[in-house]
Write a protein of this length. Structure first.
Length: 91
């Protein structure tokens, strides 16, 4: 769906039940989803997005040192395996 199969089927006259490529992006990109929710005042948990490993690691270390619990989600499709719940620096 995130590749746009529904759009392609509809374009050639085949009825399809499923979100458009743009709508499927809400599930396919966590960063996009969070930005969409923030932009539209939809309640969601606090979040930070990173594209640089060192900045992400620094942020995680500061959260752990403050005793904060966190959830790490990979952006993009991860076959249900894109969530981590670290409890220590090693994790």
């Amino acid at each position: 769906l995130v590749e746009g199969i529904a759009d392609k089927l509809i374009a050639v006259g085949i009825k399809c039940f499923g979100p458009t490529k743009l709508a499927a992006r809400l599930e396919g990109s966590k960063a996009f989803s969070k930005a969409f929710m923030k932009r539209n005042n939809i309640p969601t948990a606090e979040h930070e997005s990173f594209t640089e490993y060192d900045k992400a690691l620094q942020f995680l270390q500061s959260c752990l040192s403050e005793g904060k619990k966190m959830v790490i989600k990979c952006s993009g499709l991860a076959a249900g395996k894109g969530v981590l719940l670290p409890e220590s620096d090693d994790e």
